[in-house]
Write a protein that binds this ligand. Sequence first.
Ligand SMILES: Nc1ncnc2c1ncn2[C@@H]1O[C@H](COP(=O)(O)OP(=O)(O)OP(=O)(O)O)[C@@H](O)[C@H]1O
Ligand SMILES: [Mg+2]
Length: 408
Amino acid sequence: MRSAEYLKTTEERLARLSVLQELTVAALDLFDPDSRADPFLERVAERLGCLAAAWVAIEADRRVTLVGAAGISEASRALPIALPLDAASCGPTSLAPPYPELARSDLVRWSFDLQEAGASRERGRHALLLWFAPERKPPAVYLPAVERLVGVLVTVLMHRRLAQDLRKSYEELARTQLALVERERLAAIGELAATVAHEVRNPLAVIFNCLGSLQKTYAAAGDARALLDILAEEAGRLNQIVSELLDYARPGELLLLDESLEEIVSAAIVAVTGAHASPVEIELDVPRPLRRQVLDARLVRRAVINLVTNAVQAVPHGGRVVVRVLDETVPDGSAVRIEVTDNGPGIPDDILARIFEPFFTTKASGTGLGLAVVKHVAEAHHGDLTVSTRTGGGTTFVMRLPSASPLR
Ligand SMILES: Nc1ncnc2c1ncn2[C@@H]1O[C@H](COP(=O)(O)OP(=O)(O)OP(=O)(O)O)[C@@H](O)[C@H]1O
Ligand SMILES: [Mg+2]
């Protein structure tokens, strides 16, 4: 008789141990940083015979979030969980997440406050809630072990969060380092380019002088005149490259004056249409009267010329370019937006990342300085330049210049 009892007790113990072992194994999965708590809670619900299980975290700022759940519908999971008004005095065990499927008053709810079991006050507290049908008594024999297990898991979760924070900081650091290296590289290129541009300027001035004299001497048409015209055109192009290089390298020296942006943009459009005489339609859209702006007119004009030139070059004959200028209110003041939109082929993904790099070009006769200059001009005015593009769906460049920033 005694040995029969002993056998029964041992079998019961073994059964209990195997349940606990199963739950412990399920809990081990949570050490994996990408795992979710749901499978563990599903195992708990299944083994303890409860209708549903919910693990909630109460953050230090009193926000309540669902860490994981079992037996709770997707729609219910999305419901906000509010702390009861007297939460400070009664503790997280008085939490009743608002799950309609568990609103029956005859359900037995079992809650654990897991603050003691691992979570520190600064990191917030956790609670485990289990719902049982009234006819099913909570299996008291398992509850302390489950409580301890979840207590340990709270600590695991805390460490996971710390590790994630650390990983994020590390990634941020790596990104900043890359950006710094890139900045230094561009600064070195800029410095070299500026030196070369500066040195080229003097011989260029001499060439222009000589050209002027020669053109006077060979005023009549003929071969010499045609060759001189070619020389003048190419020297003009060189001059343009030199100016762009200097604008790229030295946009810091701003000549800030109170200007009409509409006039600057109109003049830039005329400069482009004059230069290209293309059959592309360029529309200037100023939906509302603009405030006057404090800015460097020469640099902003150059930036708009570059954007409109790119747009004109991107669209086929009969294409359309729209330049929109409008004031906008931003969180820390006001800004002016210059949008240049074309209905060209868009910019493919593989080159999009490189278009702002100096000397990056896909054009046979491009220098690749256009967008680098525009970006520098925007940044020199404390603004920014962004692009949105879709393959086959056109491109929009947006240059934002904060209104008051240059005078700050
Ligand atoms: N509106 C646009 N549509 C399609 N591609 C564009 C557009 N604007 C710029 N790009 C792409 O970005 C590259 C870089 O432009 P960026 O203006 O800096 O130089 P570029 O036009 O090639 O030469 P540069 O302006 O110095 O004569 C271009 O070569 C082109 O591939
Ligand atoms: Mg260009």
